[in-house]
Design a protein around this ligand. Structure first.
Ligand SMILES: Cc1ncc(COP(=O)(O)O)c(C=O)c1O
Length: 399
């Protein structure tokens, strides 16, 4: 087919879409350190809530849903976010089919081809192609253990102003248990980011899939809770806390922005059946018990992988995350994470090399000495065995 007939964004895409592989299809000998899937035993039994949804609430759940989402679910979510320091009404919320869907809608709302956006280096790798499909220019800003480097961001923005370049439209960030680094921004850093963005009129998009997957330490105010002017878009999801297959998330933003987002949401409304199941589950006592189990199972796995890395890979630098699904390893500068991932795959250990998390996309500026290990789907025994094999790969590659 002639590429000329396709939209510019589609003409560049590969015609070979690789078959997705699911960790559940792999044998027990393959270690899924690449997977952001939920631990199977943590998928909650929702039968009782599904039964109520399909019986008591049938007239609602088998009809179209309002495009902005089911009112009770929006009310409950606004309440949860208000307990977390926000001041929202249900009209500040839009139900979407997962956080990635919310992100795509925000891009539709804010971005024209050629606009600049700010991402961290590294950033959530699935967000990169979403942004790229809108034809953006990436501004990558480095991070330390406290998240995005605000001073570096200020310098880059001042340079753009000095050179007559437009300021970026948005700053995309994961402030709690960042994917892939696991870093959590302290309150001062969050306030500085909010102040800078507000002062310069740049929207902040806060992505929070791991916010309640916290193992220890105090919860820190979300960027949305610190936002007094409606400059922050907050993305929430049930994927990491409850089950990714539900495909339900939400956007919290200024009501005028939500009103416009609703008009851009062309899916006929997110599934009312799943919204009702989540709402019934969420207001039952089972929800709090579920969150505690999630935290406890992933805490144990986090501890297991940190101990295994310290034992088997003493050359790796790792900051212990206080929550979330991932550890990010920094290896000596000469070690190539891509080569390490390829060698590990040959030994039955799947992981994602760090280079995939940089919007620069593997050019000469992309750091290559990182890897990300996910501990959400691998069992404790697989964690020990996987890190043992990874250490063999490391010795092979590092020489
Ligand atoms: C930063 C980030 N955002 C969003 C998601 C999940 O998005 P969704 O709600 O679409 O499943 C993930 C999952 O890996 C993630 O790490």
């Amino acid at each position: 087919m002639s590429e000329i007939r396709l939209a510019r964004r589609a003409a560049k895409l590969s015609t070979n879409f690789p078959a997705p592989h699911f960790p559940s299809e792999l044998g027990p000998d393959v270690i899924p350190f690449d997977s952001g899937f939920a631990a199977p035993q943590l998928l909650p039994d929702l039968t009782e809530f599904a039964h109520a949804a399909l019986n008591t609430h049938r007239a609602e759940t088998l009809q179209y849903s309002p495009t902005h989402g089911q009112p009770e679910l929006r009310g409950w979510l606004a309440g949860l976010m208000n307990e977390d320091g926000c001041a929202l009404t249900p009209d500040h919320l839009l139900i979407v089919n997962g956080a990635k869907h919310g992100l795509e809608l925000i891009c539709k709302l804010l971005l024209d081809e050629g606009d600049a956006i700010v991402v961290t280096a590294p950033t959530y790798f699935t967000a990169i192609p979403i942004f790229r499909s809108f034809g953006v220019e990436f501004i990558e800003i480095g991070q330390d253990d406290d998240g995005i480097d605000i001073a570096a961001l200020e310098v880059v923005l001042a340079q753009r102003v000095a050179q007559g370049q437009a300021l970026p439209k948005l700053i995309y960030n994961v402030a709690d248990f960042h994917n892939p680094t696991g870093a959590t921004m302290p309150i001062e850093r969050r306030k500085a980011l909010i102040d800078l963005a507000e002062r310069l009129g740049i929207f902040v998009v806060e992505d929070t899939p791991y916010r309640r997957v916290r193992f220890e330490g105090e919860t820190i105010a979300s960027l949305k809770a610190l936002d007094l002017t409606g400059n922050v878009f907050h993305l929430g999801t049930f994927s990491k806390l409850v089950a990714p297959g539900l495909r339900i998330g939400w956007v919290a933003a200024d009501t005028a922005l939500i009103a416009r987002l609703i008009q851009l949401k062309a899916d006929g409304g997110s599934s009312p059946l799943v919204q009702r199941i989540i709402y019934e589950f969420g207001r039952s006592p089972a929800f709090a018990a579920h969150i505690e189990r999630v935290q406890s199972v992933y805490r144990e796995r986090r501890d297991r992988i940190v101990a295994a890395v310290r034992r088997e890979l003493p050359d790796a630098v790792l900051a212990v995350p206080e929550g979330g699904y991932y550890v990010w390893l920094t290896l000596p500068a000469q070690v190539d994470g891509d080569a390490l991932a390829a060698d590990a795959a040959a030994r039955g250990v799947n992981l994602i090399p760090g280079s995939k998390f940089f919007a620069s996309g593997g050019d000469t500026t992309t750091p290559r000495n990182h890897i990300r290990l996910s501990y959400s789907y691998a069992t404790p025994e697989q964690i020990d065995e996987g890190v043992r094999r990874l250490a063999i790969s490391y010795r092979t590659i590092a020489g």
